[in-house]
Design a protein around this ligand. Structure first.
Ligand code: ADP
Length: 163
């Protein structure tokens, strides 16, 4: 039984993330998506909200679990008896950082391997950061995420505005 963890900020999840989750769920027996708690990026959504959004969006995939986590991805992998860390690669710009992370993780945990899934072409430009930027200026978000996530994002931005 091969378990993979897929760690990230998912602030909020996009079609790009959901595509990687779906594809990973076909290759591995179990996929545990790790939603990073203490991101230095000061997330828009709380970790509970990000977990909730992903749980709803993946409810039809039986071998996927969504869990919050804090700290090192390799420790999260070990907690879940995972042999593999999955990461997505969009462009060369992702590569340098991802290579360094994978090498660091290999030093920290030689028993856990990193597997990269390359983005599906139609989602290559999709990122949570760009999606939030487009949402702030009322752009069309239909290519970025499913309707429920877009709604959650618009509600959140409205809530932020009225603070
Ligand atoms: P992090 O803060 O760890 O980069 P993200 O939520 O931004 O977290 O991304 C989590 C993972 O998903 C990363 O491996 C990232 O490269 C990948 N990813 C993000 N967007 C896409 C996309 N459109 N296609 C493929 N992979 C993606």
């Amino acid at each position: 039984m091969v378990t993979a963890v897929y760690p990230g900020s998912f602030d909020p999840a996009t079609y790009g993330h959901l595509d990687i989750i779906k594809r990973a769920s076909l290759s591995f027996d179990r996929v545990v998506v790790g939603v990073l708690h203490n991101s230095s990026k000061s997330p828009l959504f709380s970790v509970e909200e990000r977990v909730n959004i992903l749980e709803k969006a993946t409810k039809n995939i039986p071998n996927v679990l969504i869990r919050p986590f804090d700290g090192l991805s390799v420790n999260f992998a070990r907690e879940h008896d995972a042999q593999v860390i999955v990461r997505g690669l969009r462009a060369v710009t992702d590569f340098e950082y991802e290579l360094q992370m994978a090498q660091t993780n290999r030093v920290l945990a030689p028993d856990v391997d990193t597997v990269f899934l390359t983005t599906s072409l139609e989602y290559a430009y999709v990122s949570s950061t760009i999606m939030k930027e487009v949402a702030r200026y009322d752009g069309d978000l239909s290519k970025f995420a499913p309707p429920e996530i877009i709604q959650a994002l618009q509600d959140k931005l409205q809530e932020e505005k009225s603070k």
